[in-house]
Design a binder for this molecule. Structure first.
Ligand SMILES: *Cc1c(COP(=O)(O)O)cnc(C)c1O
Length: 404
């Protein structure tokens, strides 16, 4: 690993504030990292579009030199996200993939990574189709089974990459157990917290070293911006992330930072409604005669309900379910919904629906897909914040039409 833990000169101070002294999550979402602009009193953080910053003398800057290296709007977002994850340091990126790529930048050829067999498709592609060419190796295992992870970890393992809940089957992984396994081998544990958001789950509290986000989803929340972030308590890691922001340049522009900052203020109220609506739909789907299985960590029947209840504050807005239907009938179902828009992605205020077999996971050969539990009748819904009665009526009418 190129990440040098012996260099002992952190550029930023570790947060010394204890958890109990900091304001509640809802307050931090709105205020952390931001104060009325000292120059004008503007209540909302200005969008600083300048690419360069005047220096008071050669090498005497006021904290900013060049906008790839640092930008005040980005700094505000980074401080806000760090506060929400309960971490000391935040870094924002041009996309979730750019954030994940930055974690991989810490590794060097010969290093080994252990990760889940059902991780986000873009992450799988980055690992297999980009980094295997740089002589990194990856083991894709069932991360719900800590013994399988322990068995896959070896002397070259430098990173355990965890997603929870996973996509599309909403499996739940035990962050503390997986972080312990990583640390026993002097490896890092990174958690992609995109599905849960820091409102529902804070991986650093469970021992993770790095939290990764696609801000494009719930944190942005309005399907109108692409972004990513990393949060850590480790100032050496944060320094490396800053180095890669500057060296690689996959940083977000100030307009994107502004949109995420605007979205994040309502994250708690949106997530409350996402969870409430998803839970209601999951329960009603469970009772529907044409639905054979419902995947939602909030259901007592979910295989890891107790772990989810311990690790998360609520169960999120994603619901997957299996229609007792053919691949064509299921395709008809997702096409017949009117409020649920047929689209990939998730986490916006509006409800989205998709069929993994023909959309997000269509590239996987059918045999393999079925083995992974991704059946022809599987449907994934990102439940929005609309009226739950309207959403349910939409699901019912589309099932009736598809199975008529
Ligand atoms: C969308 C997503 C990503 C990638 O984020 P982008 O912002 O699209 O680059 C990574 N992980 C998960 C879990 C996602 O849902």
């Amino acid at each position: 690993m190129s990440n040098n833990h012996t260099d002992d000169t952190p550029t930023e101070q570790e947060s010394t504030e204890s958890e109990s002294e900091s304001p509640e999550f809802e307050t931090r979402a709105i205020h952390a990292g931001q104060e009325p602009d000292p120059a004008t009193g503007a209540v909302m953080p200005p969008i600083h579009t300048s690419s360069t910053f005047a220096q008071d003398g050669p090498g005497e800057d006021r904290g900013y030199e060049y906008a790839r290296t640092g930008n005040p709007t980005r700094t505000t977002l980074e401080a806000n996200l760090a506060a929400l994850e309960g971490g000391a340091h935040g870094r924002a990126f041009a996309s979730g993939m750019a954030a994940i790529n930055t974690v991989l930048n810490l590794l060097e050829s010969g290093d080994h990574v252990v990760t889940g067999d059902d991780i986000y498709g873009g992450t799988h592609r980055l690992f297999r189709q980009v980094y295997e060419d740089y002589d990194l190796s990856f083991s894709f295992v069932d991360t719900t089974d800590p013994a399988a992870v322990r068995a896959a970890v070896g002397p070259d393992t430098e990173l355990v990459w965890v997603e929870t809940p996973t996509n599309p089957l909403l499996r739940v992984n035990d962050i503390a157990a997986l972080a312990d396994i990583a640390h026993a081998n002097d490896a890092l544990c990174a958690v992609d917290n995109t599905f849960a958001t820091p409102y529902l789950q804070r991986p650093l509290e469970h021992g993770a070293d790095i939290v990764s986000h696609s801000l494009t989803k719930y944190i942005g929340g309005h399907s109108d911006v692409v972004g990513g972030a990393l949060v850590t308590d480790d100032s050496h890691l944060d320094e490396r992330f800053g180095f890669y922001q500057n060296s690689v340049g996959a940083t977000p522009d100030p307009f994107a930072c502004f949109l995420v900052l605007r979205g994040v203020k309502t994250l708690p109220v949106r997530m409350d409604r996402h969870c409430e609506n998803a839970s209601t739909l999951a329960r009603r789907l469970q009772d529907h005669p044409d639905v054979s299985t419902v995947y939602y960590p909030g259901l007592e029947t979910h295989s890891a309900h107790d772990l989810a209840a311990a690790q998360m504050d609520d169960f999120g807005g994603m619901v997957s379910f299996e229609l007792d239907a053919s691949i064509d009938q299921t395709a008809t179902f997702v096409s017949e919904t009117e409020l649920f828009t047929l689209a990939e992605s998730l986490g916006g205020v509006e409800s989205l629906i998709e069929q993994p077999a023909t959309m997000t996971h269509a590239a996987i050969p059918r045999e393999e897909r079925l083995e992974a539990g991704l059946t022809d009748g599987l449907v994934r819904a990102s439940v929005g914040v609309e009226s739950v009665e309207d959403l349910w009526a939409d699901v019912e009418q589309a099932i009736a039409t598809a199975l008529a």
